[in-house]
Design a protein around this ligand. Structure first.
Ligand code: URA
Length: 435
């Protein structure tokens, strides 16, 4: 087999065999096939697509290109969740301990933020001492003993995906639905997931801007899960406006803590109940999603979910004083509100612009490896549908640099669209795919 023939086949809209994908992708991972040939192939895939069968084969080839975790000796069914990324999305911080407190142990390997979308590891690292580099042995021990783990990838899971994703990032070939679906699913399979809830974000602050694109990606991921013997559902979740109020690392940890104390923003609390209920249901702990919601509402109201979060933070070396008294978390020097310049109804709070403003303040990174400032960020006080009086606070900006604070104020005002007539609030979800 020759690499050029694989490229030509995809250029001419052919369908790859499993053997071709193994030869090409594993050859690339071993360094035997150069970047330029794989870049040409990725562009051919972006333009010509892949069949669901090819996408499943690509997923499995990438999943088994490295270490594959087996959690069967630790949990009866390993249930995972995956968000495709958004602004203010701190769902894992609440859902992992809440689902664990409801009786289903959850070990999750999360990622860092890039561009306008945040990452769970960056948020957790706002807690002094919190370790995100557990070894596989530590991960399994904590999953067995505490029941909740939120860490980074310690071993090289799906190394083929790591290498291919980095190449796609610089060759304009990220936005291919089969490549995104296989990339996400290969990491889930390698991390040992037997059932997965996908939180597919759709809107101006998401990878998938339209409902059609989100539905296509969700359907493909659920289909791959099924083809590979896993259970999965995908929620199509709004990401036109930020989720909850807090955007920025320590601010989001504070909001997650408030939510675990049953005092979170209504939309975020509701979002967590839905994602978590589907996890409990896929995990076989409850007979219906409604029963899952009720169970989660109970463990949150009773303080058990908070206790599980606290135990997880302690097990991972985090300073529990900083979560018991969240005012000890990193705090910015300048904290100022942005008042409404007019009255009216909020018609839009542009999630991507808010996310980009958080990056401008230092909460996120423009490129991989950039340092971040855990203290800075934005509190969003107005949501779509709200009636606002002139002078009412729209945002609170947390900054460590006065010049950036001024820029952020301008950018945030530009993120709001107004209406003189009443506006319907945005839905949290647009639909569910699978099961
Ligand atoms: N996230 C991933 O993990 N992979 C992609 O290709 C896109 C988003």
């Amino acid at each position: 087999m020759r690499a050029v023939d694989v490229i030509i086949k995809k250029r001419d809209r052919g369908e790859h065999t499993r053997e071709e994908l193994e030869y090409f992708i594993l050859g690339y991972t071993r360094g035997e096939i150069p970047d330029y040939q794989v870049a040409a192939w990725a562009m051919a895939v972006l333009l010509n697509g892949m069949t669901p069968r090819e996408t499943t084969d690509l997923t499995l080839v990438m999943a088994y290109s490295g270490h594959v975790l087996d959690l069967s000796d630790v949990v009866p069914r390993a249930v995972d969740k995956h968000s495709t990324g958004g602004v203010g999305d701190k769902t894992s911080l609440v859902v992992v301990p809440a689902v664990a407190a409801a009786g289903l142990p959850v070990g999750k390997m999360s990622g860092r933020g890039l561009g306008f979308s945040g990452g769970t590891l960056d948020k957790l690292e706002s807690i002094p001492g919190y370790r995100t580099d557990l070894t596989v042995e530590e991960f399994k021990r904590q999953l067995r003993e505490v029941g909740a783990v939120l860490t980074g990838q310690s071993v090289d899971l799906a190394p083929a995906d790591g290498k291919l994703y980095a190449l796609r990032d610089v060759t304009g070939t990220v936005p291919s639905i089969p490549l995104i679906a296989s990339s996400i699913m290969s990491k889930k399979i390698a991390a040992g997931a037997q059932a997965i809830v996908f939180d597919v974000k759709v809107g101006v602050g998401a990878f998938m801007r339209t409902l059609d694109q989100a539905r296509e990606l969700a359907t493909l991921m659920v289909d791959i899960a099924r083809q590979t013997g896993r259970r999965a559902i995908a929620l199509l979740a709004d990401m036109n406006q930020p989720l909850g109020h807090a955007v920025g690392n320590a601010l989001e940890v504070k909001e997650a803590i408030a939510t675990l104390h049953n005092q979170g923003p209504r939309d975020f609390h509701e979002h967590c109940l839905t994602v978590g209920a589907y996890m409990l249901w896929l995990g076989g702990l409850v007979d219906s999603v409604d029963a899952g919601r009720a169970r989660l509402a109970d463990v949150i109201a009773s303080g058990q979910a908070w206790a599980k979060f606290r135990a997880m933070v302690q097990a991972q070396g985090g300073d529990v004083r900083a979560i018991d008294e969240p005012e000890r978390l990193p705090r910015a020097r300048y904290i100022e509100t942005v008042p409404a310049p007019r009255g009216g109804y909020i018609a839009g709070v542009h999630a991507r612009r808010v996310g980009e403003t958080a990056v401008l303040l230092g909460a996120g990174r423009e490129k991989k490896g950039d340092p971040i400032d855990h203290a800075v960020g934005i509190e969003v006080h107005a949501k779509v549908g709200d009636a606002v009086q002139p002078g009412q606070p729209l945002f609170t900006v947390h900054a460590n640099d006065p010049a950036k604070l001024a820029q952020a104020r301008e950018a945030l005002l530009a993120a709001i669209t107004w209406s003189d007539t009443q506006v319907e609030p945005l839905p949290l979800f647009y639909g569910i795919i699978g099961e």
